[in-house]
Design a protein around this ligand. Structure first.
Ligand code: CP
Ligand code: NVA
Length: 307
């Protein structure tokens, strides 16, 4: 059966570890896997803007011997003109995988339900699982492993990044803390799914509105924009509600002395994080951005092996 990667828990914790092992190997030996040689084509579709995802998939597909076909919704029949199901039936006959950045998770599910080639979520309103593979790879590099570490996320927990940290962190055996105000906490069903996974991996999930408690002794400090793509109309309310959840140098002092700071980018300096933190010595954001390439290549190699 075709495997898809629609949310962080579309794979098992053991499969996540296998993909991260492969990503470590591909980072050391970049051109060692050529499953797309031919070249085969991978469709990479964008309903929303992107720099990192677009570049890392295009470069990664080329590294694997393939040819990326970048499609923007405005210049295609997607976006209300043609259903994800019909689009899938057209694409699956010509491409080896479909990578899609979109709004509703349900669109990705329809695409996957109608595709015999793997469908990869390149960010939806609900999850950003490719980013989490890159983040976990970065944590492994800087901390040796993920098991038993504490990872704290501050700000908009009811977001693609908030949800993906909770799920993927639990899968990696981490103690995940999310500090968000009421109304911005991760969805209850995602928390329940993550807690069930954490019971098997030795991790845990803590949701709080207390930023100091969430930071205390933490190994990995993380935030994300307060105004995700598609939420622009709520900007004024979001800046007011999330203001107290900024990652500052003072908050970083509560974390472990060797804590790292991460941000998926793009960042709004002075809002969710101060410049002296994101541009400071504990920040590993450029490794994190580079690791999108290695992690996604490993994901594609792994998905194509399951075909
Ligand atoms: N982090 C991330 O997905 O960045 P882009 O929006 O630039 O792809
Ligand atoms: N939460 C952000 C992530 C951007 C990569 C957004 O959805 O805009």
């Amino acid at each position: 059966m075709t495997r898809h990667f629609l949310r962080d828990d579309s794979i098992t914790p053991a499969e996540q570890a296998e993909i991260l092992d492969l990503a470590e190997r591909l980072k050391k030996d970049r051109f060692s896997e050529k499953p797309l040689e031919g070249p085969q084509t991978v469709a990479v579709i964008f309903d929303k803007s992107s720099t990192r995802t677009r570049v890392s998939f295009a470069v990664g597909i080329a590294d694997l011997g393939g040819s990326p076909l970048i499609i923007t919704t405005a210049s295609s029949q997607l976006g209300g003109k043609e259903t994800p199901a019909d689009t899938a039936r057209v694409l699956e006959r010509q491409v080896s995988a479909i990578v899609w950045r979109t709004y509703a998770q349900s669109g990705l599910e329809q695409m996957a339900d109608n595709s015999r080639v793997p469908v990869v979520n390149a960010l939806s309103d609900d999850f950003h699982p490719c980013q989490l593979l890159a983040d976990l790879l970065t944590i492994r590099e800087h901390k040796g492993s993920t098991q038993g570490l504490t990872m704290s996320f501050f700000g908009d927990g009811e977001s693609n990044m908030g949800h993906s940290y909770v799920l993927a962190g639990a899968m990696a055996g981490m103690h995940v803390r999310v500090a968000s105000p009421e109304g911005y906490q991760p969805r209850a069903d995602v928390i329940a799914d993550a807690r069930a996974i954490a019971e098997q991996t030795g991790g845990s999930v803590t949701i709080t509105s207390d930023i100091a408690a969430a930071a205390e002794g933490s190994d990995v400090m993380i935030t994300d924009t307060w105004v995700s793509m598609g939420k622009e109309e709520e900007k004024a309310r979001r800046l007011a509600d999330l203001g107290p959840y900024k990652v500052t140098a003072d908050l970083m002092k509560r974390a472990a002395s060797d804590a790292i700071f991460m941000h998926c980018l793009p960042a709004d300096r002075g809002y969710e994080v101060d410049a002296d933190v994101i541009d400071g010595e504990q920040s590993v954001i450029w490794d994190e951005a580079e690791n999108r390439l290695h992690a996604q290549k490993a994901l594609l190699v792994w998905l194509l092996r399951q075909q």
